[in-house]
Design a protein around this ligand. Sequence first.
Ligand SMILES: [Zn+2]
Length: 297
Amino acid sequence: MSNFRRAGILALSIIILGITPAHADKIKAIATISIIGDVVKNVAGDAVNLVVLVGPNGDAHEYEPIPADSVNIAQADIIFENGLHLEHWLDKLYLASGSKAKRIVVSQGVTPRIFEDNPQETDPHAWQDVTNVILYTQNVRDALIAIDPANKDKYTANASDYIQKLQSLDAWVKAQVALIPVDKRKLVTNHDALGYFARRYGFKIIGAVIPSATTEAADPSAKETADLLNIIKSNGVHAIFSENMANPKLAQTLSQEAGVQVGPELYTDALGPVGSEGETYLKMIKYNVGVFQKYLK
Ligand SMILES: [Zn+2]
């Protein structure tokens, strides 16, 4: 082969490599819910191609997978899931897709919240305690390094930055909550989503309109609603909060009957859309705390 031809082939190869999409070799990652997706984005930056299954304002409890999920899962290298029985629909989807993706339970290491009256049920909403999301971040970092060691430095540095932000957020929440009188720190929400938040930051969960840690539970019975009304009145609860991913109707009806106001929708199980006050995890927690300060007086 002439040098001239060799140079030509080399140039052609460079051109071909140059037009190959830059993301062709990237890790294909899946996050089941938007909050976990945000953690993965913060740790991975642009080093992975990320697909989030249950997007902003989505309800993971009642999620019905779409055909594209199966395709994405089949092509994925790694799946980040909350665990604690949140994604009860994932096993079936994973098996049916024939996926070989590694599955990472990001809540590993969290102290689960168990319900006294129903020890079989574990509360999945661990992300409502900011220190748990530090664990999520460490788990995501370690899993990414294991599958993609070439980007170890990047994942380590990004995770470290994000953990610092989470530590500041945790301290900020504590300081802000300290401004709310102890006897006002009482929460009634749509479903029982704020147990970890309450445990970490010193709130009392008075009740939930749907008395369960999943929105899948049946609507409350007349007796359950009557009991909750009594508890709300006897505890002097000032506001009931609905949530961005749940139907607000029951909370609205209950608040009318109890004669208390409905606070703005909290970001509980999902981020809000881009541009909203809950577009990232850091923002959603700050927003929720701001709402409590305003409405729990
Ligand atoms: Zn929930």
